[in-house]
Design a protein around this ligand. Structure first.
Ligand SMILES: [Zn+2]
Ligand SMILES: [Zn+2]
Length: 767
């Protein structure tokens, strides 16, 4: 080979390219093309230097990168430049990552076990038979184990395990699937397990025996806490009504549905209305829980699993651990985050045996330390238009990067930003470098354990990216726990600047950001509906309409204010919302004690605090149409109303009625009039019909406001848009005339507030 014919190219690849098998992939590809050079991680992602004499061959090599890249990778940019040949390479090799890189790359989320690894754990002749932590470059936990970056074994909690000669051999030998697999372990050198009773007595430490014993105990109706790779889960037999009831009792969880893990897709399809789009989700590396309609409950204890619902949150086993349990038990299992009501998911043995001492009969622990515990992600698809709705964005999805290509121009000074989100359904969004990272769902900060988990996760990001925030953005609510967090973080950097943003403007900013609508010149109508958002001492918002144009947001309409009484109790008791919205209608009297009636009606008449909360309107309508309980979990009454409306929506030849037809309104949607009409209608019409017409009326109201403002683009955000009937009706009735924007990568609920705060800060800024 002569140097003058030799060409050297540098290829810079950025995106999700670390921890997904990118370097071994490049290595194998280069070897196939007889190219020399090396591949390495750098601060921007992956860098490749290749040498060859045949330019065509090099071009073909580059073309194949995007075509054949690993399944969990995402290439955001790939640039090629020819550079002078200063050194002649003898072979192609993987160069170790230089030390102390200041990294500027996405964090890789946890990946579901791949089909090849799954095969191995069920293969009697394989050395990884029944080894739940079997992974390769294409699969397994990532974010869960990440202590530092880049994704190298020594920067993860797997650094405590030293590879045995066999594993090392795989690690060093191309084209092995575990060549350069940072998470490579086996039963010889890897993570060990123990099955214990509730007193800590060890029942077994042998892999195969553990799963057999576990299945036996589950069959006996026992409740087992299992340490999965993202945290502890509680399992019990989903066909044993008594066991599920017992789990509800011990968890103090009266009605909130449990997820069910099915061992096979066939079994799942026997019970549930599984569609192709569900299967795609189950087999994806994210493998979220899908809410699916029950087809035939068969032996499932459905009344205990999801009381009064027609759906079940279905889980397909996504880790080696869950595959082995599901396979051995061979029947559906309840699989729910192991925590005490409201607290974060347990992730250490110590936490588990303390927090779950009155819940679990048995424990399956293991020795892998989980750095970032996460709940399972939950999604659903709307019934008619199959719009994907993310209800909880956690394992598998988070913390992916987002909108990073825009950050350069929106944050030109490279300010380090931290946005603290909302208190309920908290997430945070960090900009420690050129990327934006949206944390997983963390929970309700009012629970001290969740608050600590939030702080811990922020600290962990600070460590991974070595960053101290210079800008902290938070909600305007004066009593939010995030204010306390700010004080703590601000101590570390006295120059930190704080910005406060109104809750609903943050929601609107989030949907504008997700669809990159900030820089468009077209006005966009924002329909932002949820439960509660602080506006002022005298006003709680929740049914808002905004317009965005040229980086300016104006508030153009909202629900007519009704009286807010009794603080949080109003969110828990739908009957109070019905009372307030109906302005103490006598019809509701039988549902209150004399004392309640006297006090509540007087408080309502006093009109001290007003609200425009759409969440409370849903509560009121649900109550009027038959839901007479408290909300045992957030949004329960609304969920029952959606279910009611769905029944009518499925009928052929529906005749919709707009309950506000011909009613004149300007900036305030007359919801009190709407409630009066619904009260009257409910006397003569089936509840299903009234429920559907209520949803229909809301969509017609949006249409009226959009037409009046002469706007053709409508963006939706806020927890109310988890309602699939509303989403489907919007598609059906508005789609022909309007361009519609729904959240697709984020949840419509308060999980998107932190991303919205960032967008608001970057595009509008506030004081
Ligand atoms: Zn694999
Ligand atoms: Zn090994």
């Amino acid at each position: 080979m002569t140097a003058n014919l030799l060409k050297t190219y540098q290829i810079q690849i950025s995106g999700r390219v670390q921890g997904v098998g990118f370097r071994p992939f490049i290595f194998n590809l280069a070897v196939r093309f007889y190219l020399k050079g090396f591949v390495s991680n750098d601060e921007k992602g992956v860098v490749v230097f290749i040498q060859g004499e045949d330019k065509g061959q090099i071009e073909e090599f580059i073309g194949q990168i995007d075509l054949l890249k690993p399944r969990s990778s995402e290439v955001h940019s790939l640039t090629v430049s020819e550079i002078p040949t200063e050194e002649i390479f003898e072979k192609f090799f993987i160069k170790p990552t230089p030390e102390n890189l200041s990294v500027d790359i996405p964090l890789t989320p946890d990946l579901a076990v791949c089909p090849d690894c799954e095969k191995e754990i069920f293969d009697k002749n394989n050395r990884r038979y029944f080894y739940p932590f079997t992974t390769c470059t294409q699969c397994g936990p990532r974010y869960a184990l990440t202590e530092k970056f880049p994704f190298e074994r020594e920067n993860t909690s797997l650094s405590r395990f030293k590879m045995c000669p066999d594993c090392l051999q795989e690690y060093q030998t191309p084209p092995d699937a575990r060549f350069h697999s940072q998470t490579n372990t086996c039963p010889e050198c890897g993570i060990t397990m123990k099955l214990t009773d509730s007193g800590g007595e060890i029942l077994s430490e042998a892999n195969q025996e553990i799963f057999a014993l576990l299945a036996e105990e589950l069959l006996q109706g026992k409740i087992v806490a299992v340490k999965n790779t993202s945290g502890y889960l509680l399992l019990c037999d989903a066909t044993n009504a008594e066991a599920v009831r017992e789990l509800r009792r011990r968890k103090n969880r009266p009605t909130k549905p449990f997820a069910v893990m099915f061992p096979t897709l066939e079994q799942m399809s026997e019970h549930l209305q599984v569609e192709d789009f569900h299967i795609r989700e189950f087999l994806s590396p994210e493998a979220p829980v899908n809410i699916i309609k029950i087809k035939n409950s068969k032996d499932l204890a459905v009344t205990e699993i999801s009381p009064d619902m027609d759906t079940i949150g279905a889980m397909f086993p996504y880790s080696g651990m869950l595959k082995l349990i599901a396979h051995t038990f061979a029947k559906p299992l309840i699989a729910t985050s192991a925590n005490v009501h409201g607290s974060p998911i347990c992730s250490t043995e110590k936490e588990a045996i303390t927090a779950l001492r009155n819940i679990a009969d048995l424990y399956l622990h293991h020795t892998l330390e989980i750095i970032h515990p996460q709940d399972d992600s939950v999604i659903k698809f709307s019934e008619k238009y199959h719009q994907k709705i993310i209800l909880r964005r956690a394992r598998g999805y988070a913390p992916n990067l987002f909108f990073s290509d825009e950050l350069d121009k929106k944050n030109p000074d490279g300010k380090k930003i931290l946005c603290l989100g909302a208190d309920l359904k908290n997430t945070f969004t960090a900009v420690p470098n050129d990327h934006c990272y949206i944390s997983e769902y963390i929970g309700d900060l009012a629970h001290y354990g969740v608050y600590l988990r939030c702080e811990e996760t922020i600290r962990s990001y600070q460590k991974i990216f070595s960053f101290i925030p210079e800008i902290i953005v938070s909600d305007r609510h004066p009593l939010y726990e995030s204010s306390t967090l700010i004080q703590q973080l601000a101590v570390e950097n006295s120059l930190v600047k704080e910005y406060k943003i109104q809750h609903h403007e943050a929601h609107f900013a989030a949907i504008l950001g997700e669809h990159r609508l900030w820089d468009g010149s077209e006005p966009v109508l924002g329909v932002i509906w949820d439960g509660i958002g602080y506006a002022s001492e005298k006003e709680i918002r929740g049914g808002e309409f905004f317009i965005h144009q040229d980086k300016s947001i104006s508030h153009i309409a909202q629900l007519e204010g009704f009286t807010w009484i009794l603080g949080d109790k109003m969110s828990r008791m739908p009957k109070i919302s019905a009372l307030s919205l109906s302005e103490n209608d006598e019809y509701l009297k039988p549902f209150f004690s004399d004392n309640e009636w006297k006090i509540y009606t007087r408080l309502i008449a006093r009109k001290a605090i007003k609200t425009s909360s759409m969440g409370r309107v849903f509560d009121a309508v649900s109550f009027i149409l038959g839901y007479k309980h408290p909300n045992y979990f957030e949004g329960e009454a609304a969920l029952q109303l959606e279910r009611l409306a769905l029944r009518a929506y499925k009928e052929p030849d529906i005749k919709f009625t707009d309950y506000l037809h011909g009613v004149d309104f300007n900036k305030e949607i007359p919801v009190k009039k709407l409630i009066k009409t619904i009260l009257a209608e409910s006397q003569t019409q089936p509840a299903e019909t009234v429920a559907l017409n209520f949803h229909y009326t809301l969509i017609k109201t949006i249409e009226k406001i959009a037409n009046r403002a002469k706007i053709r683009s409508i963006a939706f955000s806020g927890g109310v848009f988890q309602n699939s009937v509303l989403v489907d009706l919007a598609h059906q009735l508005l789609k022909p005339d309007f361009k519609l924007y729904f959240h697709e990568k984020l949840s419509p609920n308060d999980e998107n507030i932190s991303f919205g705060q960032l967008n608001y800060y970057l595009n509008i800024k506030t004081t």
